[in-house]
Design a protein around this ligand. Structure first.
Ligand code: NAG
Ligand code: NAG
Ligand code: NAG
Ligand code: NAG
Length: 630
């Protein structure tokens, strides 16, 4: 009798559990299938964890999978909820009782990469069958353009594909047909579709590089006009995908791998990432790069050295030696490219000439040649003439024939990216178009100037001399007061920006958002006019800190290292001394070490075990990698 009771109770309890958990799932809408229209979702980031990889707070809409690793379709926002994307992420999912934990996800598709949305943005599947994303102010950001296609619901598949289906269960629209920069196993890329890399690691807008399928090959290229190819192949060249001449299909390799994706990076590399150690993923998913599909040497990537810069074997970068025309964009960071001193102007094309770089090659020559794209058979003089006679042409690449009496191949470029030093292989020449500055109107000395002009010029001259003198004396007296700073400008040309105190007041909203206080003064949050977040350190007691201020500006200002926060600029005005740094989202390390909810001993132990990297800003100066494991 007792036994039966117990069994009965167990069965009841089981039913209760099943019932409650399904109730819970439905109330949270954490299902992978929604049927019936219309439906509205609002971006209210709530679920998420503080530790993770960049994207931190979610508004889930659909969730696929039963294990801890799941595909999530919904809004994902950064730490401050200032930038949110509607997309599909691979996340770690965990729930205890009423609480859901979603740990650091990897965004593998997004609807609105060029237009992040705000909190309160809405997604609506309308009665007309169109799925529409609107920002919080009502701006239309994105839609599936499926009006009138009798859409009856949406579904997230186990491969991470978002599908809109109609009443007969046919696919009307799917995210796999509109890839961003990632390919998931099972996803196809066909002619007319392309992957496009992000601008940078911090900016997911569409950048320079694309991957597509073209005339029986797959190709990576810069989307300029015309496109400049940097890799083409008729073979898959990798076990991570297959290619039959029409369709690239990403494959799970090895088949036992937990999860993986292929991503076209902002530097043009095509990398394969795989998930390792799901058990120890305390701080988000631990992705490892397992392959780079393009087997190119460094110098063959279009932006390895920046524009107009020459890549020397081993990845060193240098500007063309013609110093009248080119100079490095930054003396300290050589791979940022070269500045063209006088921009090419189409109004004065009679002053265009070509600078010849012997034994210099170009990344796109071979591939554009193979695709018959913008390569012509010309004699060397005709190749030069072709470039000089068309203002859109910025350079010509010429490869001579073995038989010098025959024409060679001539590639005309409308945009110039990195060049390649090819001292070993002669025969390739690059001609760079330059603008001779002499186009400025010159007044011949023999020409008589009207008397009025002479008087006017003399007067202006005197006024100019006077004002320069007064400015100089003012500057000298300022220099006397703030002695240290004027010396800095020649030390760090073009690297540090000098801000005025007024500007900083605007940037920081009158120093209203204090981030913290340290030994030398307080730190405030600010936003530059281009949207970049910064941290402004206001130094107190200038007298004592003069030495350290100078040392800090000189050393930190000149260093670019992952573990150091970048110093962007400074302000020295009257008694104000301020330093402007890049902004660290995670705040100061000491806050995490001392804070109760921050790094518990358990989490520290996990850091050691997993070798996870967490980046923090230590004492506002050092962006520290907690990376004991490696
Ligand atoms: C979002 O909408 C809610 C309710 O309408 C409002 O209380 C809240 O302030 C809004 N949030 C933002 C960031 O606009
Ligand atoms: C991201 O890059 C795009 C394109 O270059 C640019 O327009 C945009 O301002 C950038 N966004 C941020 C936040 O820097
Ligand atoms: C390029 O042109 C050559 C000769 O004109 C032709 O044989 C070849 O198939 C073309 N290649 C492509 C990719 O169109
Ligand atoms: C100049 O080059 C551009 C792009 O390559 C081309 O579209 C245009 O037709 C050319 N103009 C002339 C006059 O040849």
């Amino acid at each position: 009798m007792m036994k039966e009771h117990r069994q009965c109770f167990a069965i009841f309890f089981f039913i209760y559990l099943v019932f409650c958990s399904s109730q819970f799932a439905i109330s949270q809408r954490l299902v992978n299938f929604i049927s019936g229209v219309p439906t509205l979702w609002i971006n209210r980031p709530s679920i998420g964890s503080i530790l993770g990889r960049g994207i931190l707070n979610y508004t889930p809409i659909l969730l696929e999978g039963n294990a801890s690793l799941r595909f999530l379709y919904g809004f994902s926002c950064d730490f401050n909820h200032t930038e949110c994307f509607l997309g599909i992420s691979l996340v770690l999912y965990n729930s205890t009782g009423e609480t859901i934990y979603i740990e650091g996800g990897q965004l593998v598709w997004s609807a609105n990469r060029d237009h992040p949305v705000q909190v309160n943005a809405t997604l609506q599947l309308g009665r007309d069958g169109n799925l529409v994303l609107a920002d919080s102010d009502g701006t239309l950001v994105w839609s599936t353009n499926t009006t009138g296609k009798s859409v009856s619901g949406l579904n997230l598949t186990e491969t991470g594909n978002l599908v809109l289906f109609d009443t007969t269960n046919h696919t009307v629209w799917q995210s796999f047909d509109h890839p961003t920069d990632c390919l998931l196993p099972g996803q196809n890329l066909v002619s007319g579709q392309k992957l496009t890399a992000s601008v940078s690691a911090d900016n997911s807008s569409q950048g320079l590089f694309s991957l597509t399928v073209l005339n029986g090959s797959w190709a990576t290229y810069i989307d300029s006009d015309p496109p400049q190819f940097y890799y083409t192949s008729e073979n898959p060249d990798s076990p991570y995908w297959s290619f039959d001449g029409h369709t690239l299909t990403a494959l799970q390799y090895p088949p036992t791998s937990i999860a993986q994706y292929i991503q076209l990076g902002h530097d043009g590399h095509l990398r394969v990432y795989q998930l390792h150690n799901l058990e120890n993923s305390m701080f988000g998913l631990n992705w490892k790069e397992v392959g780079d599909i393009l087997t190119l040497s460094d110098c063959r990537y279009p932006m390895v050295c920046g524009r107009y810069s020459i890549c020397i074997n081993g990845g060193q970068c240098t500007c063309p030696v013609e110093v009248n025309f080119f100079k490095p964009f930054s003396e300290r960071v050589p791979n940022l490219g070269c500045t063209v001193l006088t921009p090419i102007s189409c109004d004065s094309s009679q002053y265009h000439s070509l600078v010849e770089l012997k034994n210099t090659a170009y990344f796109s020559f071979r591939f554009n040649y193979e695709l018959n794209s913008s390569v012509f058979w010309l004699k060397i003089e005709d190749c030069q003439r072709a470039c000089l006679s068309n203002c859109s042409c910025k350079a010509a690449v010429y490869v001579g024939s073995l038989d010098v009496s025959l024409p060679g191949s001539c590639l005309l470029l409308n945009e110039v990216f990195s060049l390649i030093d090819s001292s070993e292989i002669s025969g390739t020449t690059v001609f760079l178009k330059v603008q001779n500055s002499s186009y400025a109107p010159v007044i011949s000395p023999r020409q008589k100037l009207p008397f009025k002009v002479i008087i006017g010029c003399t007067l202006i001259g005197i006024i100019l001399i006077l004002s320069v003198c007064s400015a100089l004396s003012k500057k000298r007296s300022e220099k006397h007061k703030a002695g240290d700073f004027l010396d800095l400008e020649p030390i760090l040309p073009g690297i540090l920006t000098r801000f005025s105190y007024n500007e900083l007041e605007i940037i920081t909203d009158d120093f209203s958002r204090k981030l913290g206080k340290g030994g030398f003064g307080s730190v405030y949050e600010g936003t530059l006019s281009n949207g970049t977040k910064i941290a402004v350190k206001h130094l107190d007691g200038v007298g004592q800190v003069k030495e350290s201020f100078l040392t800090e500006v000189k050393t930190v200002g000149g260093i670019h290292h992952i573990n150091l926060v970048k110093l962007i600029g400074f302000c020295a005005e009257k008694s104000h001394r301020l330093l402007i740094y890049e902004y660290m989202v995670n705040g100061s390390l000491d806050r995490w070490i001392t804070q109760e909810n921050g790094l518990t001993w358990h989490k520290r132990q996990m850091v050691i075990l997993t070798g996870q990297r967490l980046r923090y800003f230590v004492h506002w100066n050092i962006n520290f990698d907690l990376n004991f494991g490696i």
